[in-house]
Design a protein around this ligand. Structure first.
Ligand code: HEC
Length: 110
């Protein structure tokens, strides 16, 4: 990989964010770590901290109840979606609750 000056400038920033995540992870309970692992499946669209870029809805700052209710509605075909109705089918009730708990703890971006 060839690092441009811009790339080199961003490196400490990227490292700091990785280290920050690692420090937070070491204080987490095994359940919270499992939830963070599950939540990594959501990061491509909803961001690593539940803060998405572009038109994807943000999960950070939403309540546990709201997230869990939406996930179940997508999964059970009660809520129209372009993509989430497919993804939500892969999760059990316990996993949905763990994901909802995880994202509801993340601070809203604005
Ligand atoms: C491929 C992109 C993608 C991935 C991966 C993804 N989502 Fe979504 N999500 C969306 C889109 C797009 C919407 C808007 C509804 C729709 O059209 O599907 C959405 C909507 C939602 C909503 C509803 C937000 C609201 O308030 O209306 C929740 C909750 C949600 N996603 C949770 C998750 C969780 C949890 C995961 C990981 C298990 C996840 N999403 C993974 C794209 C994605």
């Amino acid at each position: 990989m060839k690092l441009t000056p811009v790339g080199v400038g961003l490196l400490p920033l990227a490292l700091a964010s990785v280290l920050g995540t690692a420090a937070a992870a070491s204080q987490a309970t095994p359940e919270q770590r499992a939830a963070a692992y599950l939540a990594s499946n959501c990061a491509n669209c909803h961001g690593t901290q539940g803060v998405s870029i572009g038109s994807m809805p943000e999960l950070a700052g939403l309540s546990r109840e709201h997230i869990a209710q939406r996930m179940r509605a997508f999964r059970d075909g009660k809520r129209q979606a372009t993509i989430m109705h497919q993804l939500a089918k892969g999760y059990t009730d316990a996993q949905i609750d763990a994901l909802a708990d995880h994202f509801s703890r993340l601070p809203a971006a604005r």
